[in-house]
Design a protein around this ligand. Sequence first.
Ligand code: S3P
Length: 433
Amino acid sequence: MNFLVWTSSPASGLTGAVRVPGDKSISHRAVMFASLADGTSRISGFLEGEDTRATARAFAQMGVRIDTTSASERVVHGVGIDGLTAPAAAIDCGNAGTGMRLLAGLLAGQAFDTILIGDESLSKRPMRRVIDPLARMGAKIDSGEGGLPPLRIHGGATLRGIDYTLPVASAQVKSALLLAGLYAQGETRVHEPHPTRDYTERMLRAFGWPIEFSAGHARLSGGHRLRATDVVVPADFSSAAFFLVAASILPGSELTLRDVGMNPRRTGLLQALRLMGADIRETNAREAGGEAIADLVVRHAPLHGIAVPVELVPDMIDEFPALFVAAAAAKGTTRVSGAAELRVKESDRIAVMAKGLRALGARIEETPDGAIIEGGALHAGEADSTGDHRCAMSFCVAGLVADGPVRVLDCANVATSFPGFLDLARACGFALA
Ligand code: S3P
């Protein structure tokens, strides 16, 4: 537990143009595939967050030379698909569910044993969702009690491809199985109840691994090689999300967010905010490194409550803390359902957001898989993020429109996904200290 406290005070409009840091999901994967490739890959726009740095450290522990050539740039000297070596100590994934779950798949196919550990939050997150299907492929993974970390992954297992339908929509589980599939005999097929972010599939193809995929389905076979490829990482939509909500709810705002990743499996919040009446324009739409990007111009607009369409949920799964704040500041009622996964993120995000916003005077009723939020005035007060980076930044956004300062507790983990948030937020008009 740490006690970094930020105070977010009412402000009078967000203006200017900012670029939020690189995409977390893409940065994790870029380090993984570049490490396993033949040759040298350059990653530009790499997220200098604690989560993605932990992944880079993991590969350094397994013998990969990774040079930091400048801030947000890595040059990775790939060791080839079978070139990793046994780490001398346990691999610490920090706060990162993506790091741990993807590594579990990838390490299941190695010749050596590994142990994956995480911080207090990660140590409470469910791992059976990867352990069970990986075991069906032949992997040998022991966990702590109840399927929780740490994970001990036994090397030398013979993996076989499986045909697996995910019980919950999860890009992490899908990716873990595809990564194990690189080392498996035969074909690995994965099907999802709802399509999720497809960065693993797209990046594998970019690195030259034969893979077939379409929305909700992916298949590949083991026994190929990865070819070094440069990766350009777009700005993270999930980090931009706080500013989209902030500028929407704060009168006097007109803010531009540059180079934002616009993969449709990530931009559900944009659609939800537009349904609520937000004024967000996409300009300069283009492609960078095979991903759609755009600049987003957001202006203040009065928001009203909606029933969030359930089919949007997987496409905005990381954005609910921010959406809850938009709903609390909107006119009328917002209903969220079909989002039980929020309870097993870095925190139970339904409970943490409901408690924090209630402390600021909002009226929120929790449901098992969502919440009912009555919009209205927010007051000065204290909101506890419980160490969840996205809840912390969301409460900072709430402070902009409260009637006095909002103290946000336990903010240090903002550095896991958004280093420099404080300075960037201040630069466009947050009163944040
Ligand atoms: C991620 C997938 C999502 C998301 C997480 C990043 C990824 O998790 O919430 O922040 O990079 O694959 P789930 O797979 O648990 O939905």
